[in-house]
Design a protein around this ligand. Structure first.
Ligand SMILES: Cc1cc2nc3c(=O)[nH]c(=O)nc-3n(C[C@H](O)[C@H](O)[C@H](O)COP(=O)(O)OP(=O)(O)OC[C@H]3O[C@@H](n4cnc5c(N)ncnc54)[C@H](O)[C@@H]3O)c2cc1C
Length: 442
């Protein structure tokens, strides 16, 4: 049984799903806490909005699992996803993923050669080595590496092998889950969870009111202890133990801190220790999501289309209405174009109409005539979307996975753990990590 250690509260930094999950867990265990969110609303990366025409925009396409919906008491508010599939668009052809690629003799032989070589190869340390050993050089160089470079902005030799290992559902298990999906007519989650095992009982759903309603539902249960527009500016440490924080200029003694802030920011917040040195080098990739509104169907073959050719500005296209038809008005479709970028680079600095034109002109090469059906767009910019696992700080990243090195300081969530965590993983890992924190660190 977890008990509060003293009367001082635990400060939680951030009102995304990680901070809110931590808050609810502390409340359920009668541990005093205050959650500070720097912006004027909870949800963080799970922010979503609906426009007057009836199009819904998330920070990039988001859907959750029925397991997470059940865990937060939202099953009745969610609808199952209608369909899901991925294709790879390469040199004018579409290959269904993974079976269409494996039906191509050149990619099948690449995969078989790669697999047999991997039996004798040493452990991969870079993404290029990893993909080459898993898929062979052809699949790796034509598809996996260009996609990795597009989303990360780094060369395949600079990115650590761990990036390919994060959600590696084996082919056998993938086929089993796909067969179950066909038989049950459900979109079973594959490659979406690593904390609790993927299963035929876990399928994709979407909540009424947009993805942010997941956070709002948790926030309702802890709202008396949530403070919006409160930026945590400093975390003071003495003798390697958290003592107090500064929020909007005011000091507050605390029993501990649970942070969901990006890890490269933490060394600037934490004073009185060198334990976080090195984290300031960690990089995140920014993303621009250009949501194109179209009259009629998009012309894409599946919900997700991967685009590895480097002369396209985007690396992924999603037709969200194909999977979640109630997110777009009748007779319309919505294509989200994912552009990997750096804050301040030429894409980031383009205005919304330039980005829309860039995407439509590029899409014309794949789907001739699409421009004539375009009827508007909404551009969403996310400065910190993907943690980039670089070889140069891989050992520090691995030690960060274990501990912050400061008593009374826990870092959780996608940016806080510096990991490609999806909502379900964030939810379960945060609960588990907070329990361990209360037992061991306070
Ligand atoms: C493009 C994209 C697509 C995704 N698709 C899916 C999907 O389909 N399914 C899925 O399950 N997951 C998906 N995810 C992952 C999911 O969005 C994240 O796992 C989840 O939203 C992370 O929540 P978090 O609480 O860790 O962080 P965040 O949502 O980033 O919340 C952190 C909060 O902390 C606040 N904050 C930061 N610093 C301070 C400070 N100093 N003081 C006070 N407040 C502070 C911020 O304002 C923010 O609100 C996707 C992510 C991306 C980027």
């Amino acid at each position: 049984m977890i008990k509060p250690t003293n009367e001082l509260p635990i400060a939680i930094l951030g009102g995304g799903i990680a901070g809110l999950t931590a808050a609810l867990h502390l409340k359920n265990h009668s541990v005093p806490f205050v959650l500070f969110e720097s912006s004027d609303a909870v949800a963080g990366l799970m922010k979503s909005e609906r426009d007057e025409e009836g199009f819904t925009y998330d920070c990039g396409v988001h859907f959750l699992t029925n397991r997470l919906a059940a865990a937060i008491g939202m099953s009745r508010d969610c609808q199952p996803m209608a369909r899901y599939g991925e294709t790879v668009h390469l040199r004018g052809r579409c290959y269904a993923y993974p079976l269409g690629l494996l039906a191509s003799p050149k990619y099948l032989s690449s995969a078989l050669i790669g697999k047999s070589k991997s039996l004798f190869a040493s452990t991969a340390s870079t993404a290029r080595e990893y993909y080459s050993s898993q898929y062979g050089s052809r699949l790796s160089e034509e598809i996996a590496i260009p996609l990795t470079e597009a989303w990360s902005g780094a060369n395949g030799d600079e990115v650590a092998a761990a990036v390919g290992q994060k959600f590696s559902t084996g082919l056998g298990r993938m086929m089993m889950l796909r067969t179950a999906a066909k038989m049950t007519n459900r979109v079973i989650g594959i490659g979406y969870a690593s904390t609790i095992v993927e299963s035929t009982n876990s399928w994709h759903v979407y909540p009424q009111g947009g993805i942010s309603s997941v956070c709002h539902r948790i926030a309702e249960k802890v709202e008396e202890n949530v403070r919006l527009n409160c930026n945590v500016e400093q975390i003071d440490v003495e003798n390697e133990r958290v003592q107090s924080i500064i929020v909007n200029g005011k000091p507050l003694p605390v029993a501990g801190v649970i942070s969901t802030a990006p890890v490269h920011v933490l060394p600037k917040l934490v004073r009185g220790t060198n334990a976080l040195a090195g984290l300031e080098k960690f990089e995140y990739r920014a993303m621009i999501f250009v949501n194109l509104k179209l009259n009629g169907p998009s012309g894409l073959t599946d919900v997700v289309t991967w685009v590895p050719e480097r002369d396209y500005p985007f690396f992924r296209l999603s037709d969200i209405g194909m999977g979640l038809p109630w997110l777009v008005p009748n007779g319309k479709s919505q294509v989200t174009c994912d552009i990997g970028c750096k804050v301040g680079d030429s894409h980031w600095n383009m205005n919304d109409s330039e980005l829309t034109k860039l995407c439509i002109d590029s899409l014309e090469r794949m789907i001739p005539g699409i421009g004539k059906r375009a009827c508007g767009s909404r551009v969403v910019r996310v400065p910190l979307a993907y943690p980039i696992f670089k070889v140069e700080y891989e050992s520090k990243r691995k030690s960060w996975e274990q501990t912050t090195g400061v008593d009374g300081l826990l870092s959780v969530g996608r940016n806080g753990e510096f990991a490609h965590l999806l909502m379900e993983d964030v939810f379960w890992r945060t609960r588990w990590k907070v329990s361990e924190f209360l037992k061991n660190s306070l």
